[in-house]
Write a protein that binds this ligand. Structure first.
Ligand code: GDP
Ligand code: MN
Length: 400
């Protein structure tokens, strides 16, 4: 689950990480109130208006603007709220901005330019340990830093048994070239950031930029936080942080009925039981000249209800030209699944939502023969095959 910048910052702050203060608003009046409140609390006279969408690169797309008066706060908020924000990380049409974060300005104009760093905490899958990745080259696209100046990116691996050790936090501050008060602030920042990562069961924290203000404070100015969905049961309150408006509507609907569905760009829908089989089915579709339109694992119970739910979800995607059902009957019997497919097909026709594209069904395993007979006898426009290769050939055939 991904969080908005403002939610990520609040989460970090609850673990003691220092942040640029801000208040979220969903209309320009609330934005002005937020600015006034921040002025009272922090003494700031300038504010930054930041579009809240689940995508980075907002600054480049015009979604982050400095306001030097309350009337600028009002006008900029008016412009940003409701806009379709396009950034290098959104689709071509962009993402609708529903709310803005009004923050204090922490790049106080003055003699010194503040320094921007990059810092992330993530799992290194190669070593099975968490690591802190950081760089002096903050505020810009880290992928291009990695490409052009990889020696400017440092990593620090953390032993899960000990957590982050004081010498490691000092090493980070040292490598970032800090001294004095900023050095001390950075060791505290890194330590609490790592504790927040562990404490919230996150799978990614990316803070870009981490800022050193002209008065040597270390603050999180941005936050990208991804929480581990499988650990949400340990943090009941985090469920409220989910913003469904930011997610793919078909995926949201599929999840609500318990289907494991990921939307893709192709033209062949697939319905499979088991994630491994789903992956190989997607390979098969590619090999036969098609492109998978989705990943869909219906799980252990491929009964009529789930099959119908699966068909309905797949058919919401207008690009789908054919559906390949590939089920292995290990625990489930193939004839049961076949009956489920026939029932789903007929139910949908009765409800006026008849399936109008070819369905290729491969059922293999327990009672595969009975299943094929059942589908062949149904008289429905469903092509039944037994072998993987036949399924591929049929997909190729129907795509023409
Ligand atoms: P992103 O573009 O989506 O990564 O959004 P960020 O939160 O990183 O903000 C983009 C840029 O806005 C930062 O790199 C800063 O240059 C600028 N910015 C953020 N906060 C402030 C601030 O308090 N004052 C000023 N002047 N600029 C800021
Ligand atoms: Mn950023």
């Amino acid at each position: 689950m991904n969080l908005h910048e403002y939610q990520g910052k609040e989460l970090l702050n609850s673990f003691g990480v220092k942040i640029q203060r801000g208040i979220v608003a969903d209309n320009h009046k609330k934005a002005v109130d937020a600015a006034k409140q921040l002025a009272a609390e922090t003494g700031t006279g300038w504010w930054v208006i930041k579009a809240q969408i689940h995508a980075g690169g907002r600054g480049k797309g015009g979604g982050v603007k400095l306001a030097k008066s309350l009337s600028e706060v009002e006008n900029i908020s008016k412009d940003i709220i409701g806009m379709m924000l396009k950034t290098p990380q959104t689709s071509a049409e962009g993402k609708r901005v529903n709310q803005v974060l009004i923050t204090e300005d922490v790049y106080y104009p003055g003699e010194f330019e503040p320094d921007e760093y990059y810092m992330s905490v993530l799992l290194n899958r190669a070593t099975g340990r968490n690591m802190i990745m950081y760089s002096t080259e903050g505020g810009m696209d880290i992928e291009s830093v990695a490409e052009k100046t990889p020696h400017l990116i440092f990593t620090e691996e953390i032993d899960p048994a000990t957590g982050i050790l004081p010498f490691q936090a000092r090493k980070v501050a040292f490598n970032l070239g800090l001294s004095g008060k900023a050095f001390k602030e950075m060791t505290q920042f890194v330590t609490s950031l790592y504790q927040a990562y562990i404490g919230s069961d996150a799978s990614l924290f990316e803070i870009n930029p981490v800022l050193k203000t002209s008065d040597d404070k270390i603050l999180a100015v941005d936050s990208k936080v991804t929480l581990d969905d499988n650990a949400l049961f340990r943090h009941k309150s985090y469920i409220n942080l989910r913003d469904l408006r930011e997610e793919n509507p078909i995926e949201v609907e599929a999840n609500a009925v318990g289907l494991n569905y990921v939307d893709l760009d192709g033209n062949v829908g697939c319905m499979v039981n088991g994630a491994g089989l789903a992956m190989s089915t997607m390979d098969l579709i590619k090999q036969s000249g098609g492109e998978p339109a989705n990943f869909l694992d219906v799980g252990g119970t491929a009964d009529a209800e789930r099959v119908e739910a699966g068909f309905r979800i797949i058919l919401k995607d207008p690009n789908v030209k054919a559906i390949l059902v590939n089920i292995f009957g290990g625990i489930v019997r193939c004839d049961r699944v076949a009956q489920g497919i026939v029932d789903a097909y007929t139910n949908m026709a009765k409800a006026g939502d008849a399936v109008k594209i070819p369905i290729i069904v491969r059922l293999q395993g327990t009672n595969a023969k009975e299943a094929k007979d059942l589908i062949d006898a149904s008289g429905l426009d469903v092509i039944s095959v037994v072998e993987f290769k036949e399924a591929a050939d049929k997909v190729q055939e129907v795509l023409g």
